[in-house]
Design a protein around this ligand. Structure first.
Ligand code: URA
Length: 257
């Protein structure tokens, strides 16, 4: 059986946007459809180590959780995702300081302009408050001509881990809170998706992630030739090193299992 793959931003208007960068681990632009078929736009925060390797965003744990949320909206492939930042941010405070830096916002807004103009979008989902800030910045930039799209700003998929700092009780409380927040977004957005990829009744989350609540990263979302384990939720890539400079320059990849 032939394997599907994503050729990347090879056609305009995305090709010119992608030609503009090269630094350290390099920018990571997107995941999902660039062929004008996206119904849902997702704005994430910033790429992590696994995304540095796959060259597509939201492929790790956050991506699997999000993919499950999209599946509950009956969106299996008609989406496109971009991050607030093209590069990994070091620490949350660095993200806070830079989300609205004019040069960063201006470039991100060119991607958002291209996506909004070239796709029959029906909904936008922002993961976390920096993504919400990015969308609001774009709306201001787009002005009165911006289309009225259903919009949900949801808790970032790995906020429970980052807020609980290895405390299991806090983690389970934060997960429960996040899933309640996601259920609200599902109830708001599900009726607004007029052209889903499939017809399924809306199945809300319980108090914790249950079997089937996360979904696999589709093969057609990654560049050609990447092995299947790079689409698995296992933490197969990590920044390693004794100092932050070493961590900045080192990603250790280990095949899971
Ligand atoms: N990976 C991404 O690309 N974005 C996020 O927001 C989280 C993980």
């Amino acid at each position: 059986m032939p394997h599907l793959f994503d050729p990347g931003p090879v056609a305009e208007p995305y090709a010119s946007l992608a030609r503009a960068f090269r630094a350290e681990w390099g920018p990571i632009f997107h995941r999902g459809r660039l062929d004008g078929t996206a119904r849902v736009l997702v704005i994430g925060q910033d790429p992590a180590a696994s995304e540095d390797i796959t060259r597509r965003i939201l492929v790790g744990e956050a991506g699997h959780r999000l993919q499950g949320l999209l599946a509950k909206l009956c969106i299996d492939r008609s989406y496109v995702m971009v991050n607030t930042f093209l590069y990994s941010v070091y620490g949350q405070s660095s993200g806070e300081q830079h989300a609205s830096v004019p040069e960063i916002a201006a470039y991100r807004n060119r991607w958002l302009d291209a996506i909004v103009q070239h796709n029959p979008l029906e909904a936008v989902i922002a993961l976390g408050h920096l993504a919400d800030e990015a969308w609001n910045n774009w709306k201001q930039h787009a002005g009165a001509g911006a289309p009225q799209l259903a919009y949900a700003h949801i808790t970032h998929p790995t906020q429970p881990e980052s807020s609980s700092r290895d405390d299991p009780a806090k983690l389970s409380q934060a997960t429960q809170k996040m899933l309640a927040n996601w259920n609200q977004a599902l109830q708001q957005l599900h009726p607004k998706i007029a052209h889903p990829d499939a017809q399924r009744p809306l199945a809300l989350y319980g108090d914790r992630f249950a079997a089937g609540d996360k979904a696999e990263i589709p093969e057609e979302d990654l560049p050609p030739g990447l092995p299947d384990w790079m689409r698995s939720p296992a933490q197969w890539a990590q920044r390693t090193g004794a100092t932050s400079a070493e961590k900045r320059s080192t990603v250790t990849v280990r095949i899971p299992g």
